[in-house]
Design a protein. Structure first.
Length: 261
């Protein structure tokens, strides 16, 4: 693994579970992926802020759990204008599953990201998706895993948290990069993380701002700092109880480009 600073206990536990989770060694998947850059261009063309909305039943930092059907959640997000859907497939800390992703991908007509903590090549073959998250900090040979991801037809979204990780991602050939505002050491979010890394990202990279985006003002701030798209989970899911309207929560962020709060 790629870092010296300590992980939060919850993240260390996530990583341990990820290392133990079996992949599939029998069958190498072949994916016909929908393009995220094309979906982003489509959203821009009709005046929507490109939002990747996340089906995230719970998480170590969530206020609670939402048990809604993942397909209904994803369809509600698309109704609210989401450009793509992210689905957690991590089972033990986020309440996700590969089956949920498969059902969502069959039901929606936008690119779907597999959000998990993939550490080995065999774990790529668990479920088909359009995009697949690789976290620089958790991967030993990033270039090899990016190659293996592309060989199967997935688009790798490579997640970084600082400039050193950005350099690692670029050297490994990443062309879709997410800057995570959540610090995996303390689990705090700080939008300045994206603002400090974004100026060093080449223009031909598709750049995603991840985590901690909770209001139209945050959306505009990340867009002004150079985000091509935003990955949003908690603010759309609203784990705090009740039946928060996922479509409306998505629409508020998608429409943030017009300056209304
Ligand atoms: O969300 C968490 O609590 C979390 C804890 C430990 C490691 C990763 C975690 N989240 C993964 C993510 O990257 C987010 O789900 C995603 O960026 C959306 O973030 P948010 O909008 O803040 O829910």
């Amino acid at each position: 693994m790629n870092s010296e600073t300590e992980l939060a206990p919850a993240v260390a536990s996530i990583l341990e579970a990820a290392r133990e989770r079996a992949g599939d060694v029998d069958a190498q998947l072949a994916v016909d992926a929908q393009s995220l850059p094309d979906a982003i261009a489509g959203a821009e063309a009709d005046g929507r802020v490109p939002v990747i909305a996340e089906v995230k039943p719970t998480s170590p930092t969530a206020d609670g759990t939402r048990d809604d059907d993942p397909v209904e959640l994803a369809q509600a997000m698309v109704d609210g204008g989401a450009t793509a859907i992210s689905v957690l497939t991590e089972p033990s800390h986020f309440g996700g599953s590969p089956e949920a992703l498969t059902r969502v991908r069959e039901a929606v007509d936008v690119p779907v990201l597999r959000k998990d903590f993939v550490v080995r090549e065999d774990q790529l073959d668990v479920v088909k998706s359009d995009l697949l998250l690789l976290i620089v900090r958790f991967v030993d040979d990033l270039e090899a895993l990016i190659t293996a991801t592309r060989e199967r037809g997935f688009q790798p979204l490579v997640e970084v948290h600082d400039r050193a990780e950005l350099e690692t991602a670029l050297e490994a050939g990443a062309d879709i990069i997410g800057v995570n505002n959540r610090d995996l050491g303390r689990l705090e979010v700080d939008l300045e993380t994206f603002e400090s890394v974004a100026p060093h990202v080449p223009d031909d990279v598709t750049l995603i701002a991840e985590s901690g985006i909770s209001s139209p003002a945050d959306v505009r701030r990340m867009r002004e700092a150079g985000a091509d798209a935003l990955l949003v989970g908690s603010a759309i899911m609203d784990h705090s109880g009740g039946d928060s309207d996922v479509t409306e929560n998505t629409r508020q962020l998608v429409d943030a480009g017009d300056g209304d709060d």
